[in-house]
Design a protein around this ligand. Structure first.
Ligand SMILES: Nc1nc2c(ncn2[C@@H]2O[C@H](COP(=O)(O)OP(=O)(O)O)[C@@H](O)[C@H]2O)c(=O)[nH]1
Ligand SMILES: [Mg+2]
Length: 203
């Protein structure tokens, strides 16, 4: 009997966390819709989107969770992190406080998410070059200390946003322990293949 795995698409859950206004929703919107809005606001937190991407000829459903304003009160609950395979931890390169907040977010992730995640540290808003406070090297060093990948993005210009989601999904798929979680968790269903023309569309 042929395995249904051959015909299904893996669903991978990732979460986006970080201080308010660093651009979490904007990164998700840029990736899912290819657009940018100057004021998104916490009330229109995008909650959860699923997008079909292809990695090494495999259809992958990337399920992305965005906070809906609860980060203002630092009360992201366990459900948010449940069955996640990776996290994007965002700071704003023009705001020192958002960089200082990273320790809190990493602790929240470690305390509440499954172990062995693939994580990316992201310095967003690099289009605001003249307002930059956090140098690339500082971001890189922080990421290295916490065993994370590092990338700088602009949700406004679209710089490296696609790369961020794509590479994170690739790293998750490469990791055997993350993959075993995929086939165990309730978020890790093997789904029917998506039609090709639907690739890169949120549902
Ligand atoms: N210049 C610039 N502004 C951005 C960027 N990303 C987000 N913003 C703006 O920063 C504000 C907060 O963005 P939002 O995505 O709501 O942040 P969140 O609270 O982390 O979800 C909004 O006014 C966005 O338009 C970026 O890359 N560059
Ligand atoms: Mg938001």
């Amino acid at each position: 009997m042929e395995s249904s795995k051959q015909f299904g698409a893996h669903k991978i859950k990732i979460v986006i966390i970080g201080a308010p206004t660093v651009g979490k929703s904007s990164l998700m919107k840029r990736f899912c819709d290819g657009t940018f809005t100057f004021s998104i606001g916490p009330t229109i937190g995008l909650a959860e989107r699923t997008i079909n991407i292809r990695i090494h000829d495999k259809d992958i459903l990337l399920n992305i969770w965005d906070t809906a304003g609860q980060e203002n009160f630092r009360v992201v609950n366990k459900l948010y992190y449940k069955n996640t395979s990776g996290a994007i931890i965002v700071f704003d390169v023009t705001k020192r406080e958002s960089f200082n907040d990273l320790d809190w977010w990493i602790k929240d992730l470690t305390d509440n998410a499954p172990p062995n995640l693939k994580n990316f540290l992201v310095g967003n808003k690099i289009d605001l070059a003249d307002q930059r406070i956090i140098p690339t090297k500082e971001g890189q060093n922080f990421a290295k200390r916490h065993d994370m990948e590092y990338l700088e993005t602009s949700a406004k210009e679209g710089t490296d946003v696609e790369k961020l989601f794509q590479v994170l999904a690739e790293k998750i798929l490469e990791d055997k322990s993350a993959l075993s979680r995929l086939s165990r968790g309730s978020d890790a269903l093997l789904l029917q293949p998506q039609p090709k023309e639907k690739a890169k569309k949120c549902c």
